[in-house]
Design a protein around this ligand. Structure first.
Ligand SMILES: [Zn+2]
Length: 284
């Protein structure tokens, strides 16, 4: 069993240098000192069961915490019932494959509001996710669904929406994407007070289950008035500044998993880890 009790760092997707070779993927993570991996099923989960099992075995032997990012085109809010049905099926399939792959967290975007008002959209997402959980929750053997904070203002996934959603539906916990949140808040959420406010809002509503399963995405980001435009490296002028976030993690003793979604995700994960390790060192 892979311990969740560590602060972990890893890339979104396989390291490029592994060239898709599974054994290399996990060797590289070991070599550079990373211990989490978010499998990118962003264009759909397209692998057979034997490859899924192989991933699970390698992750276990290398002690890598696995999550999975489901397809970008999932839309639980679509007005088209068929699109919603296909999106549901994707999550059901992900829950079935998760135990094979050692995946404990299925990350996904709920989708754009598609012309629904926010309240209507909320109800649609809630009903759809509830159906997914009732149908396939058990098949995940302890795997949770991790809806993500959305970077575009036109997409479902504000902090308030996710707090409510995760409070009301079993089997769901949030993925806090700090770059998305920065873009969505037009640069406002980038200091210690605002980071603490967000974490506190989830913690108050979801308690220990939330703090025991913190799942963070980090990256730099460019944004417009509509929200997220493109992911950028960490540490640049574009923000968000993740140092205050690392200070909180280090001071409070939270144990999040940090997944880097920077243009070079392994480097981004190592950058985040370096900041954290430096702060731990100062702490003594
Ligand atoms: Zn993300």
């Amino acid at each position: 069993m892979i311990s969740l009790g560590n602060t972990r760092f890893g890339p979104a997707g396989f390291p490029d240098t592994a060239k898709g070779k599974l054994s290399r993927v996990f060797e590289i993570l070991d070599e550079v000192g990373l211990d989490a991996l978010e499998y990118a099923a962003v264009y759909g989960l397209r692998l057979g069961k034997s490859r899924a099992r192989q991933i699970g075995q390698l992750a276990k032997s290398h002690k890598i915490l696995m999550s999975m990012h489901e397809a970008y085109y999932i839309s639980l809010v679509s007005k088209d019932v068929q699109v919603r049905k296909r999106s549901k099926n994707r999550l059901v399939k992900a829950l079935k494959y998760a135990p094979l792959m050692g995946v404990k967290r299925i990350v996904f975007h709920a989708g754009g509001y598609s012309g629904f008002g926010p309240e209507e959209a909320y109800q649609v997402v809630k009903d759809t996710l509830q159906e997914v959980w009732e149908k396939a929750g058990e098949q995940g053997s302890g795997t949770f669904l991790f809806p993500e904070v959305a970077g575009k203002l036109g997409a479902f996934g504000s902090v308030d929406e996710l707090v409510q959603l995760c409070s009301e539906i079993d089997g769901t916990l949030p993925t806090i994407d700090w770059a998305h949140l920065y873009a969505r808040s037009q640069g406002e959420i980038s200091d210690k007070d605002s980071y603490l406010r967000v974490i506190g809002q989830f913690e108050t509503a979801l308690g220990k289950q939330f703090t025991d399963n913190l799942h963070f995405h980090v990256s730099g980001v460019n944004y417009t008035e509509r929200g997220e435009k493109s992911h950028r490296p960490l540490g640049g002028d574009w923000g968000p500044d993740i140092l205050p976030l690392m200070e909180i993690v280090s001071e409070v003793g939270y144990k999040p998993t940090f997944i880097s979604e920077t243009p070079s995700p392994v480097r981004g994960a190592l950058y985040a880890k370096a900041l954290y390790k430096e702060l731990e060192k100062v702490k003594g």
